[in-house]
Design a protein around this ligand. Sequence first.
Ligand code: TRP
Length: 462
Amino acid sequence: MTESHIHPHPQWSSRLAFILASTGAAVGLGNIWKFPYIMGENGGGAFVMVYLICLAVVATPIMISEIMLGRRSRLNPIQGMGALARESGVSSHWSLLGWMGSITGFMILSYYAVIMGWGMAYLVQASAGNFEHASASSVQVMFSDLMADPERLLLWHTLAMIITVFVVARGVNKGLETATRWMMPMLAGLLILLVGYNISSPGFGPAMNFMFDPDFSKLTPTAIVVALGHAFFTLSIGMGTIMAYGSYMPTEASVSRAAILIVLSDTAIALLAGMVIFPIVFSHGLDPGQGPGLIFQTLPIALGNMAWGHLIAIVFFVLVVIAAWTSSISMIEPAVSYLTDRFEIGRIKASILIGTGAWLLGVLSVLSFNVLKNDTLFGKNFFGLMDFLTSNIMLPLGGMLIAIFAAWQMRRAYSREELALGPVTWRLWWLLTAIVAPLGVIVVLLNGLGFNIIDRVVQMFT
Ligand code: TRP
């Protein structure tokens, strides 16, 4: 991003820079760590199917809308929503959507940095060669030792937050998008290599069945909520990150093409990660539903027993940390850009301010794996609650409001102009955004609250 003298608001140096930064924000722990473990907790294939449907008909049109709103406003999400509302002559209370998003991003970063810290701790383990000849029981011990050590967790959490704030403070452009350019193909390549290693393992067949042979009887209303929430989480949409990134996007670039490219690469990485993890799970008789520790208690077994495993493990965890890093920086971009656009406060101060707050909140997540382990609400510890509240409730609601604004509040002439689609594709986008996406979110959330809507509709047709 370069500070231009004509526009007060910065702009990406090229079209590619937007794609790289947004792909960097999308591909992260959500793909490698979260997707496998929530799939495992929610029964596999049917969950994957619902997730893919949510991506296609709910998340993609919302992603297009969110980029579009950002690019048209050329402002941070809070002031940007206000400006767009004024432009279309609707209530300026829409800026509240920007506020909600900025708060959501702050909350997500608080626990995301904790998990990023786990990745860093495992990079050190990998470098020390500690996966060598790992067994299911030895990796379990390694993981529970880390969880039981609040000081070590706190150290890594702090370091993750420092490197996040460091990059945000310098402005988004320098360095990390460039990292995304080589990191993404390398990550995909390494995952494919690991899938290849798994193909001959006894767990490969069962893993493929688990992931791709849907058993709809395992699909609970909560699982559907989690699948929908993850479609938002994995694409970094519903809270203004993509709006902020879109606001730095040059006008000539195609919004929809960029969105589809990002969705496809993000989905590919997530599915590959599943195809790496589950063969290990089934080859060693592990529990697919063991929760947030899943990748940390499976991957080292494969890495510790394969040829070149030491080196591959190091490269893999380096990539995981970088992927997490290009995501973590995106979470506070809406809040930081608001502070810098609105007040006489520099990026450095704004980043440190927000980062410190997120760090403090994150300490509770660190402690929820040990000291506060038994302090639960609705059967969830603090980390679990933060994750559920942000991913599964706040992001879908934010995304739904973005869709409603883009389709029903903004003048259609503006969305036509920004999206520059043909008349048929514009209509398709409009129908999905105006009706399918908002309805999808409402139905899934109400269904999750126990209204059994989906069951009743299914029964009507069977
Ligand atoms: N999409 C990222 C991942 O999969 C996480 C992320 C980055 C995010 N920015 C976000 C999630 C904004 C929600 C909102 O790891």
